[in-house]
Design a protein around this ligand. Structure first.
Ligand SMILES: *[C@@H]1O[C@H](CO)[C@@H](O)[C@H](O)[C@H]1NC(C)=O
Ligand SMILES: *[C@@H]1O[C@H](CO)[C@@H](O)[C@H](O)[C@H]1NC(C)=O
Ligand SMILES: *[C@@H]1O[C@H](CO)[C@@H](O)[C@H](O)[C@H]1NC(C)=O
Ligand SMILES: *[C@@H]1O[C@H](CO)[C@@H](O)[C@H](O)[C@H]1NC(C)=O
Ligand SMILES: *[C@@H]1O[C@H](CO)[C@@H](O)[C@H](O)[C@H]1NC(C)=O
Ligand SMILES: *[C@@H]1O[C@H](CO)[C@@H](O)[C@H](O)[C@H]1NC(C)=O
Ligand SMILES: *[C@@H]1O[C@H](CO)[C@@H](O)[C@H](O)[C@H]1NC(C)=O
Ligand SMILES: *[C@@H]1O[C@H](CO)[C@@H](O)[C@H](O)[C@H]1NC(C)=O
Ligand SMILES: *[C@@H]1O[C@H](CO)[C@@H](O)[C@H](O)[C@H]1NC(C)=O
Ligand SMILES: *[C@@H]1O[C@H](CO)[C@@H](O)[C@H](O)[C@H]1NC(C)=O
Ligand SMILES: *[C@@H]1O[C@H](CO)[C@@H](O)[C@H](O)[C@H]1NC(C)=O
Ligand SMILES: *[C@@H]1O[C@H](CO)[C@@H](O)[C@H](O)[C@H]1NC(C)=O
Length: 589
């Protein structure tokens, strides 16, 4: 039950599918005048003109930030300013946060923090801070989508602000704040198994009472809209991810409201999006042939064959065909190349990760977005095994996905044999080797693959876990920082420069510029070289980690301060995050 619920509920949690700034001033959708000056539906053969304009303005900021990043990286034989000024176009860098429940949200938060120059402690010496500032796009799926949603809806506060200052008690996943409490599960879940589904809903924390989730749903029902379990899940998550404020966890806010956020309007942050999959009515199979739908501040839609359409996010719920009113925004879309989905008056969305593509890469790596580099921040599976990006790779060859460009990757046992999940790996280092993968002349970007692994904390927490004590939450985030910073740069003092080498690679190739000796060294160290090692089944059945590899020997955790090793969580982890020693005990009970 739990499993089914979570799987079906993890999607679109933050999106109140109504008009912009809900005209009712509440969770209930309301009617507004349609715009007369533009079509609500368009063909999915390019990015929108709004996105084009936005990205153009964003590039002025990313170019500047990238120059700062590259300058601080001390790349040898390289003049960042000259290079970017003379570039054939502005580099497009993207960040992709995988699914994996709260594990992915928290590890992802650490990875995000490590890439953000506002995080105290990551940027002073040789950090990767500044990459978030240099990025054009940012996407999340499921747990990664909660992270992206929580940040984007609030105009991108820093992780430090949320976790350390936290005036709004966000991301509080402690026992009393968790979505389902133990007491409620026993009292409500058990009866639910005998058919009392209503009772189950009431088990959700915050459902009952004045301004409860129940009341919000009632308002939507009263306005003539059906509610589903996703409404409940979304509003329950809102109580953890969004500030309570005067509007009761942003009950009238919509995804398209991001357009009006100051940071978005000023192009201060990357273009945010979350993704889901569409289910065909005739098949219950969850596989790569399901179209990926993205939700960005301007549009919801898909580049994939079956839908090939985009719809204005602000007017979701509008009838655009003279047929029966239903909410499928793509109803009878003439652009869809397979009519099954668009001929159904209802659009059935499912969790983005159900086809095992747990990273939102297919839509980011569409040829239309011309990425140069993308960070694949993989917190799927307990310890990731590469499966997610393998799915993206395979998908690009299907008829359904006629626009994605993804570099070559090996199979799962190669990921394990060559330690590709234990240490950062670059895929697609050589554009010349990928001419067969190019679509309309767009070659795949370099993928900078960073998988969840333990350094200071056992961060392979359960997908279904709903409860994190405050120290556990902070240790998850700290471990995500370690993964991204290579244990606070203790494993490679040139890591920042090596990432810089990856970020400039495509533009160097466009101009035929030879790599420096330093970048060649970096690429020899971090690029997957094309070797494969394929065996059936799990290559490392009981995996443990060294600092840079996988092993079946025993292991211990590390500390960011060299010379000390420690168990489970070090004092330094916690003191870094500003805790008192007393609170340490929370971790062990
Ligand atoms: C955005 O702000 C403008 C004015 O600043 C306002 O007219 C408009 O309704 C706002 N849109 C949304 C979606 O809140
Ligand atoms: C972060 O980077 C941005 C963009 O380059 C810059 O304007 C800002 O000053 C930097 N902030 C910090 C704290 O370094
Ligand atoms: C500027 O770019 C052109 C190609 O676009 C290249 O031929 C030239 O070498 C570049 N100059 C510098 C100083 O990088
Ligand atoms: C870059 O060089 C400066 C000056 O030599 C030094 O202070 C700084 O630590 C170096 N940064 C990196 C990332 O090596
Ligand atoms: C989380 O919520 C609980 C219950 O309201 C509260 O006691 C605690 O102080 C909150 N904050 C943290 C960081 O745990
Ligand atoms: C709500 O659900 C009922 C029962 O499934 C259905 O008959 C009705 O058409 C739905 N209403 C709307 C507005 O979709
Ligand atoms: C939603 O927020 C508004 C304030 O914006 C508040 O008046 C209303 O009571 C809230 N509704 C619910 C059900 O919480
Ligand atoms: C629409 O999809 C639903 C759910 O899969 C299915 O039951 C229904 O038959 C479909 N309707 C049409 C007209 O295909
Ligand atoms: C180079 O291309 C071949 C296919 O032509 C591919 O099999 C191989 O994996 C690629 N190497 C790398 C490092 O991507
Ligand atoms: C992977 O890591 C293990 C443990 O550090 C090491 O023994 C092994 O040689 C590495 N494998 C490769 C192919 O580098
Ligand atoms: C992994 O390490 C732990 C000790 O940290 C040990 O108990 C366990 O047996 C190891 N696993 C394997 C497969 O060796
Ligand atoms: C990371 O390394 C820097 C420079 O060595 C140091 O100042 C900082 O305290 C370290 N951070 C942590 C969390 O250990």
């Amino acid at each position: 039950m739990m499993n089914v619920l979570l799987i079906h509920l993890l999607l679109l949690a933050l999106i109140n599918v109504t008009q912009a700034w809900s005209p009712t001033g509440s969770y209930a959708p309301g009617k507004v005048q349609c715009p007369s000056n533009h079509d609500l539906l368009r063909e999915g053969d390019s990015i929108s003109s709004e996105e084009k304009d936005w990205v153009k303005a964003r590039h002025e900021k990313t170019d500047k930030a990238l120059i700062e990043y590259l300058d601080s990286s001390n790349l040898t034989d390289f003049d960042a300013k000259k290079f970017i000024r003379n570039a054939t176009r502005s580099p497009n860098i993207a960040l992709a946060f995988s699914g994996g429940g709260y594990r992915a949200m928290l590890s992802g938060a650490g990875q995000f923090a490590a890439l953000d120059n506002r995080t105290v402690g990551v940027d002073e010496t040789n950090g990767l801070g500044g990459i978030f500032q240099s990025s054009t796009y940012l996407a999340g799926l499921l747990g990664g989508g909660w992270l992206v949603g929580s940040l984007a809806m609030q105009d991108f506060p820093s992780v430090d602000e949320i976790v350390l200052e936290n005036p709004n008690d966000l991301w509080n996943l402690t026992e009393t704040k968790q979505i389902l409490t133990k007491v409620s599960v026993i009292r409500n879940l058990v009866p639910a198994l005998w058919g009392n589904i209503q009772n189950f809903f009431k088990a959700v924390n915050g459902y009952n009472g004045k301004n409860g989730i129940g009341q919000e749903l009632q308002e939507k029902e009263d306005a003539g809209f059906n509610t589903t379990i996703t409404d409940i899940w979304g509003r329950a998550l809102a109580r953890q991810l969004l500030p309570k404020g005067k509007d009761n966890y942003m009950n009238a806010s919509t995804w398209s409201d991001i357009r009006n956020n100051t940071g978005f309007k000023n192009h201060n942050y990357p273009f945010p999006m979350v993704t889901a999959l569409v289910r065909f009515s005739k098949s219950k199979a969850y596989n790569s042939s399901l179209p990926v739908v993205e939700f960005n501040p301007f549009e919801i839609g898909s580049f994939d064959y079956s839908l090939n359409s985009f719809f204005d996010t602000q007017y979701l719920g509008t009838e655009v065909n003279n047929a029966v009113f239903k909410p499928n925004p793509f109803y009878k879309s003439r652009y869809a190349k397979n009519k099954e989905i668009v001929n159904n008056s209802t659009l059935y969305l499912i969790d983005g990760g159900l086809a095992d593509e747990s990273l939102p890469l297919s839509n980011l790596m569409t040829k239309e977005r011309k990425l140069d580099a993308v960070f694949a921040l993989d917190n799927s599976e307990n310890w990731p095994n590469g499966k997610s990006i393998i799915k993206t790779y395979e998908r690009q060859f299907l008829d359904e996905d006629d626009k994605t460009v993804c570099p070559y990757v090996p199979g799962e046992s190669s990921f394990q044999h060559f330690n590709l999940t234990a240490k950062p790996t670059f895929f697609g280092c050589d554009a010349k080797n990928m001419t067969d993968l190019a679509k309309d002349g767009v070659v795949p970007p370099i993928v900078i693959y960073l998988a969840n692994r333990p350094f200071e904390f056992w961060s392979n927490t359960s997908l279904l876990g709903l409860k994190y004590s405050d120290p556990q939450k902070k240790a998850m985030i700290r471990n995500g920082i370690d993964v991204t910073s290579r244990l606070n740069h203790t494993l490679d003092s040139e890591w920042q420069a090596c990432v810089g080498c990856a970020l400039i690679r495509r533009e160097q190739e466009r101009q035929g510029i030879k790599q420096s000796e330093q970048c060649e060294r970096c690429f020899a160290d971090y690029c997957w070289d094309g070797s494969t090692f394929e065996v059936e089944g799990d290559y490392f059945p009981n995996v443990n980690f060294t600092k840079t590899g996988l092993t079946n020997d025993s292991m211990h955790l590390w500390d960011t301060k060299p010379g000390t090793s420690t168990n489970v969580s070090s004092i330094s982890v916690l003191s870094y995050l500003g805790f008192k020693k007393r609170q340490l005990f929370d971790l062990f009970i």
